[in-house]
Write a protein that binds this ligand. Structure first.
Ligand SMILES: Nc1nc2c(c(=O)[nH]1)N[C@H]1C(S)=C(S)[C@@H](COP(=O)(O)OP(=O)(O)OC[C@H]3O[C@@H](n4cnc5c(=O)[nH]c(N)nc54)[C@H](O)[C@@H]3O)O[C@H]1N2
Ligand SMILES: Nc1nc2c(c(=O)[nH]1)N[C@H]1C(S)=C(S)[C@@H](COP(=O)(O)OP(=O)(O)OC[C@H]3O[C@@H](n4cnc5c(=O)[nH]c(N)nc54)[C@H](O)[C@@H]3O)O[C@H]1N2
Ligand code: SF4
Ligand SMILES: [Mo]
Length: 765
């Protein structure tokens, strides 16, 4: 008798956070389309078998009851009707072209382009944007990381750095809880290891005793929103006690004098008090940082979505620069990027020498990293300004839920002449669309993430589909190519020569493609689409969408020849790029693509003489302004501070919509300090009314001494509408942005103050 074959393990990756751990999964269920078993993939070059609790829940994403399986068109009465793909593509292309022809392509905005694990769609969307002359775009980075990207560009001439926590002596987490949110490989294991090692120190700056703070050697329980004073005081200790790395600074930095002058003026005792911290703790922490051989830093939403956020990013950069930790093993490094996730910020000098920046059309807000600040998007739409946005394409994003002030956002999205949403599920944003296009899920198509941040070795993981697409759905690269074909901006005459070259092999293709890029602006402008339709069909097993990665590999080989050569991809740029692409295509667990030495980071400082610039006049002015108070929202009548969106063990953005995945009892609760609970007379599990200037909701309370008095915490990613067993929509938990306001944002980068929402709490009943 034959034994039944053991179910096969398929390689893929988790898509629930930016870490994208390598996985092996088994499929099953009646139709064989359920993800029934999940384990870490030991062969994954970075995660090496690691996963957290969430990976086991992926079936809730793959088989959500609200998956879309046909294009939808809005009827005049507001309901949707199913239409076929040909009709959808033709009508959407015609609608977008009509708006372009009447008002200009710049009046069509693009939002999104990828979530935690799917960035191929956004790559192909670049060709669609060119086809329509769309100039403005945005995504979630413009509500968290743009301030930091701007600071990085100015201080380092490079938009991104990453802490080397695996080898650091001191790990510093600022408004970051890697235990829950990860953002680095194998986070829980790495954090535990640092905490256990007596020679290493874990420093956490967080008002809350987070899971990471519980393990810390130094927990700076800062008063919410007072990080700028805390960071300024740490820097002041370093300068005033003479702890800066003078030799490193002399060799690698300019602009020190002005910074030192400003920091010498700071009263450490006063700033410690404003930050709610003991002066002695600040001094000991600063000394520990200055003494360490290798300080790795991660700043995240706790400061990037709070008061003075761009200033906070500047002060964080000064921390690792004044202590000489850039380009050091176990310090801060600039990784080799396959596809950079931050665009450059366009800055130019006026006749009077002042630096000017590209601005958004209506509100004249700074465009950083090529992204319109999320908080100004409604004001760029709801206005009679002639340059307002009139149409929007939203892909793999849910701005009606994730951007500040959901009510205002719904109003704005409804005011557009045309809204097209590309998603896997019937989201809050899709409900407002004129057309909804159903995408194949991330396990039904070739996919990859561009969140590759490792140093000294970086890796790339191209995932093959586990399953054929749900009938009625298409992968985004195909959707974009069909729209471009309907628009007609690239012709067969542009493609035919490249198809011929592709038939002769990738070496011949590379020569022909780069020649066509130089000679034919249509090929250059629609590169991803052209690759999809020429190189794509020659790739194995329907992997057309991987064609864009071929170009990424080629460009990496041109930009970083030594880094790729050290990882084993040598020869001419074309040969190295092709060898890397072949390795990516044929390694289902992912592959290393670069190997660097720390000094490489210093060579990536692309500023005059290769020196970092410490002196950012705009930020030094804000730093001096702290002495007289700094930025604040209107708190009148709202004495408490709400953090609207904490990462917990059962939050994953809005990637999982089915509340059935919430395994802990209080997954949706508002967590508050016992004193606040007693103050309004509620106990654990009690109900209360939470109000802000923008809204009022009912919450269940969880009492926890790890919160500071006066500080409240709601999880992110909840408050989603999902059909129950009878098909009736039900909302579970609170959608945080029903409570936030668009005007509560950083003066400089426009990033929201979601971690500092003035609030009031009252007992119900
Ligand atoms: N489980 C899970 N993981 C995720 C995600 C998810 O949805 N769920 N989302 C991913 C995404 S997109 C991102 S951007 C990251 C975000 O990752 P994190 O930034 O780590 O996540 P948060 O929990 O939002 O905020 C981090 C910490 O900031 C603290 N904080 C609040 N206010 C302040 C303050 O005023 N000052 C300081 N210093 N700290 C403060 C909070 O107490 C919290 O512990 O997580 C990623 N990982
Ligand atoms: N108040 C408050 N607001 C916040 C935050 C907060 O902490 N507090 N956090 C912010 C942060 S850091 C972020 S990153 C944003 C995230 O907010 P968004 O950028 O809106 O992203 P997600 O919630 O990850 O939504 C991803 C969307 O992609 C869809 N999707 C999943 N797979 C695919 C696919 O293969 N193809 C397509 N086309 N679609 C797919 C999902 O159904 C979902 O609608 O939220 C932000 N909003
Ligand atoms: S949620 Fe993040 S850390 Fe957890 S398994 Fe998925 S990718 Fe890994
Ligand atoms: Mo994020």
């Amino acid at each position: 008798m034959n034994e039944p074959a053991a179910p096969e393990w398929h390689k893929t990756a988790c898509i629930l956070c930016l870490t994208n751990c390598g996985l092996q999964v088994q499929l099953g269920g009646d139709d064989g389309r359920r993800i029934v078993r999940v384990k870490g993939d030991k062969d994954h070059p970075a995660s090496k078998g690691y996963t957290c609790n969430k990976a086991l829940q992926l079936d809730y994403y793959q088989n959500g009851r609200d998956r879309l399986n046909t294009p939808l068109r809005r009827r005049p009465d507001g309901t949707f009707e199913a239409i076929d793909w040909d009709t959808a593509i033709a009508e959407i292309a015609a609608g977008l072209v009509a708006i372009r022809d009447e008002f200009g392509g710049e009046r069509i905005m693009y939002y999104g382009g990828g979530g935690q694990g799917n960035h191929l769609g956004g790559m192909y969307a670049g060709s669609l944007r060119r086809a329509l002359g769309m100039k403005y775009r945005s995504n979630a980075l413009a509500q968290e990381k743009t301030g930091q990207a701007w600071v990085n560009q100015r201080t380092l001439g490079s938009t991104f750095w990453h802490g080397d926590f695996h080898d650091c002596e001191v790990a510093l987490f600022i408004g970051k809880n890697p235990w829950q949110s990860h953002g680095m490989q194998r986070a829980r294991a790495v954090v535990r290891q640092i905490a256990k090692d007596e020679g290493r120190s874990l420093i956490v700056i967080d008002p809350r005793t987070s899971e990471t703070a519980e393990l810390a050697d130094f927990h700076l329980a800062v008063t919410p929103g007072r990080d700028a004073w805390c960071l300024a005081a740490l820097l002041a200790v370093i300068v005033q006690e003479g702890l800066a790395d003078a030799d490193w600074l002399a060799e690698h930095a300019v602009g020190l004098e002005e910074v030192v002058k400003t920091l010498l003026d700071i009263s450490i005792a006063d700033y410690a008090e404003i930050a709610g911290l003991e002066e002695d703790l600040i001094r000991r922490t600063a000394r520990r940082i200055a003494a360490a051989d290798g300080v790795a830093i991660y700043e995240d939403l706790g400061v990037q979505m709070s008061l003075n956020s761009t200033l906070n990013s500047y002060l964080d950069n000064l921390l690792f620069l004044l202590t000489g930790n850039l380009g050091r093993a176990g310090g801060v490094n600039i990784p080799t990027a396959m596809v950079p996730i931050f665009g450059t910020t366009k800055e130019f000098r006026d006749d009077d020498g002042a630096i000017r920046q590209e601005l958004s059309p209506v509100t004249q807000s700074r465009i950083i990293s090529d992204l319109v600040p999320c908080n100004v998007i409604p004001d760029e739409i709801v206005t009679d300004h002639p340059d307002r946005f009139r149409a929007m394409v939203v892909e793999s994003s849910n701005p009606a839920h994730s951007l500040a002030d959901s009510e205002r956002m719904r109003e704005a999205l409804s005011a557009l002449d045309l809204l097209v949403v590309i998603d896997v599920a019937m989201t809050e944003t899709a409900r407002l669309a004129d057309y909804v296009l159903p995408a194949a899920s991330q396990f039904e198509k070739w996919e990859a993430t561009f969140f590759n941040f490792e140093f000294p070795r970086n890796h790339f993981h191209l995932r093959a589909p586990l399953l054929p697409p749900l009938p009625g759905t298409l992968a985004e690269p195909e959707i974009h190519s069909r729209l471009i074909e309907a628009i007609g901006s690239v012709g067969e005459e542009d493609l035919a020569p490249l198809r011929q070259a592709a038939a002769e092999g990738r070496e011949a293709f590379a020569e022909a493609f780069f020649a066509a890029m130089a000679a034919n602006p249509k090929v250059a402008g629609h590169a991803a689409h052209v690759l999809h339709r020429t190189l794509g069909p020659t790739l194995p097993e329907g992997a057309e969408a991987a064609a864009g990665i071929w170009l990424a590999a080629q460009l990496a080989a041109r930009k970083y020849p030594e880094s790729l050569a050290r990882a084993g991809y040598a020869g001419s740029a074309i040969q190295a790029g092709n060898a890397l692409f072949e390795a990516i295509l044929t390694n289902p667990s992912g592959t290393h693509f670069s190997l660097d030495e720390p000094a490489e980071s210093l060579r990536r400082v692309r500023l005059p003489d290769g020196k970092v610039d410490l002196c950012l006049p705009e930020m030094l002015e804000e730093l001096r302004g702290l002495a007289s108070g700094g930025a604040m929202p209107d708190t009148e009548g709202f004495p408490l501070v709400l953090q609207a969106g904490e990462r917990r063990s059962y939050t994953a953005q809005t990637l999982i919509r089915d509340p059935g995945w919430l395994k802990s009892n209080n997954a949706t609760a508002l967590v508050i300090n016992p004193a606040d609970a007693a103050g309004i007379g509620v106990g654990d599990g009690g109900r209360a009314r939470l109000s802000t200037r923008r809204g009022s909701v009912e919450v269940v309370v969880e009492v926890d001494p790890r919160m500071q008095p006066g500080h409240l915490s709601l999880p992110n990613g909840l408050g989603l509408s999902y059909p129950d067993a009878d098909g009736r929509d039900k909302i579970t938990g609170v959608a945080p942005n029903e409570l936030t306001a668009v005007e509560d944002r950083d003066d400089f980068a426009g990033t929201p103050w979601h971690k500092f929402v003035p609030a009031r709490l009252e007992k119900i009943g």
